[in-house]
Design a protein around this ligand. Structure first.
Ligand code: CS2
Length: 470
């Protein structure tokens, strides 16, 4: 079977790029070109280009791996997206990427795009842990290896914030406008977070630069949503069966997709509305809704699944009792939200339950269980603290916390950037007869109100005992 590329005849029934790819020029750099990006921003941009063509081709950059970059090059930057649900599968070939760069191989290539005035937007999906955010201060974590490196060698960056800052510095020196930075990771107020980190890194090198970024730069927040499991050999086989071409980058996802973007750009943007994106003045209510209802219950499902030997999210949802636990969690998170314009939250919850239960999506609980220290503060601990402050029941958050701790205590090795601290906390807890203080005392993890709430700690501890006994 031939490899997918620009000469592939795309079969009928498979959606092809609706524009002339040979005329497409780069206008966006996207950092972090994993499956999520390829199923989300790349698709929205593909739709935007089909409706209103412009210079918005994506230069896809990877900061760590070279495999995706290599595969994109071999496929003329095309990739397939398979959408799956109860009613069957459908496929499209996405063509919005025009170039792929591996920063570890050729950092200068990435920097020269970042300083090119033709690039007007830089988007990121690099995961929570890649920013080097100090959870305690909200500023840069100078012990984060990429941050530490980029502070000492700002002209030769390796990390996300370092590349953004050096790209902006070069534009400032050359008298160009800044690019808009569009963060698409699951962090609350993600635009504000990245702005603060870039400004901090810029200030340490040149206050003129940071003043310029402060006044001229734009860092819109955005909420992104689509469930995209890590692809497997079965995914690639299924894609080949539908498209008739071998695609090393094939992925499968659900039909649902959502993107809410703060409409604040330095110099234009693609017509992402064409793919259904919502452009708004304030993204925070949508972000909070998604982080606390979707991601919060996702983490709960992940640890529950891991402790009960259930491999996929859908397996947890297939158990009526567990499904009730998930719904109860969402209902408890609901009063901690602000009103979300245009969204019926009860319907949103029903839709989430159906999305999680989608039998055609094999989303591993192990994938979601990763990086708990980076995810739980915004997903579980912040709503817990809000619920307690409002005098509401915060028991489900104590339960989710107990599941996570139970998972950490049982795991031989957790996949988390703070794994060493976690395993120390786990040994201390085991030695001291189950007192969870070593977890609650981890710096920057629990909000102050939870750290000192002994009644809530007691709840977590008693849930953990039950979980361990089961
Ligand atoms: C998941 C998310 O892995 C995780 O932590 O909760 O990746 C989730 O699937 C997406 O945010 C859905 O939009």
């Amino acid at each position: 079977m031939d490899r997918l590329n620009a000469r592939t005849t795309i079969p009928e029934g498979v959606q092809a790029p609706g524009y002339d790819r040979s005329a497409l020029k780069p206008g966006i750099v996207h950092i972090g070109i994993g499956a999520f990006h390829r199923a989300h921003q790349a698709v929205y941009t593909d739709d935007a280009l089909a409706q209103e063509f412009g210079d918005w081709g994506i230069v896809g950059a990877s900061l760590r791996s070279t495999g995706i970059v290599q595969a994109l090059r071999e496929q003329d930057c095309l990739h397939s997206v398979i959408t799956r649900d109860r009613s069957g599968d459908s496929a499209r070939i996405v063509g919005s990427t025009v170039k792929a760069i591996a920063a570890t191989e050729d950092p200068e290539a990435l920097l020269s795009y970042l300083s090119d005035p033709a690039i007007r937007i830089v988007m990121l999906t690099v995961s929570e842990k890649a920013y080097g955010l100090d959870a305690q201060t909200g500023g840069l974590d100078i012990t984060h290896s990429a941050v530490a490196h980029d502070l000492s060698c700002p002209r030769e960056p390796v990390g996300a914030i370092g590349f953004l800052t050096e790209g902006l510095a070069r534009r400032h020196e050359q008298g160009h406008q800044p690019f808009t930075v569009l963060c698409c990771d699951n962090l609350p107020g993600n635009g504000h977070i990245v702005r603060r980190l870039v400004l901090e890194m810029a200030t340490r090198r040149d206050t003129d630069l940071s003043k310029w970024i402060e006044t001229e730069g734009r860092f819109p927040s955005s909420m992104v949503d689509r469930i995209v499991p890590a692809a497997t050999a079965a995914t690639r086989e299924r894609a080949a069966g539908i498209t008739g071409a071998r695609d090393e980058l094939a992925l499968e996802t659900e039909p649902f997709t959502q993107w809410v973007i703060e409409d604040s750009f330095v110099s234009g943007r693609p017509l992402w509305e064409a793919g259904g994106a919502l452009l708004v003045d304030a993204v925070e209510p949508y972000e909070k809704m998604k982080l606390r209802l979707l991601n919060g219950s996702h983490s709960l499902i992940a640890y529950l699944g891991q402790l009960r030997g259930l491999e996929y999210v859908r397996d947890v949802m297939a158990d009526a009792d567990y499904q009730q636990i998930v719904r109860r969690h969402m209902l408890a998170a609901l009063p901690t939200l602000d009103p979300v314009p245009g969204i019926d939250l009860a319907a949103y919850i029903d839709q989430l339950i159906a999305r999680f239960a989608n039998p055609a999506i094999a989303h591993r609980t192990a994938q979601i269980a990763m990086d708990g220290t980076q995810k739980l503060p915004q997903r579980i601990f912040a709503p817990a603290s809000d619920a307690l402050a409002a005098g509401h029941d915060a028991d489900t958050f104590a339960y989710a916390t107990a599941l996570w701790i139970g998972y950490v205590l049982r795991a031989e090795k957790v996949d988390d950037p703070r794994a060493v601290e976690l395993s120390e906390a786990a040994s201390q807890t085991t030695e001291n007869g189950g007192n969870l203080a070593p977890f609650f005392d981890l710096p920057g993890l629990f909000p102050p109100a939870l750290k000192t709430d002994h009644a809530w700690h007691h709840r977590v501890r008693s849930h953990l005992k039950t979980i361990q006994a089961e």
